[in-house]
Design a protein around this ligand. Sequence first.
Ligand code: HEC
Length: 144
Amino acid sequence: MMRTMLAVAVLVFGVSVATAQDPIATRKALMKATGGQSSQGAKFMRGEEPFDLAKAKAIFAQFQKTAEEGKSLWPDNSKTGGETASLPAVWEKKADFDAKLAKFGADAKEAAAKVKDEASFKAAFPEVTRSCGGCHETYRARRS
Ligand code: HEC
């Protein structure tokens, strides 16, 4: 029991330290995974791949994870470095940024509950992914 508790403490501490040390790399990896799942969704939208409910659920699960973990990944000390593409606007309008992230998570959660088949996926996916561009427009630097 004691040993288990210790192991858990080490685990939790280890994760929070990793996040605090390198929030930039962590958020970039998280967004990259988000992009990967979004591409999967786009394939279903275009009919390039037969619809698969388990994969569809995984897309929305990743989006929720991104919104949840993202909450702590834009701390004040991570405005520069690590080739971040986050714009200063993130910290200038932090409340709006956080609200956009939260809405993205809430929309993904709603979609996860609602999507039962291809038709409901095709109705829900574009609604959720509207948040991507809606946030990047203001808060992410364009690639040159
Ligand atoms: C609340 C704001 C917000 C939302 C919502 C959001 N993003 Fe991002 N995204 C960002 C910011 C800010 C960055 C820049 C991160 C950095 O470099 O520090 C980023 C970076 C990225 C990257 C580049 C990652 C890399 O390799 O560096 C991809 C890909 C991406 N987002 C995809 C998505 C997709 C797809 C969605 C929607 C399904 C999404 N994002 C939703 C804010 C957001």
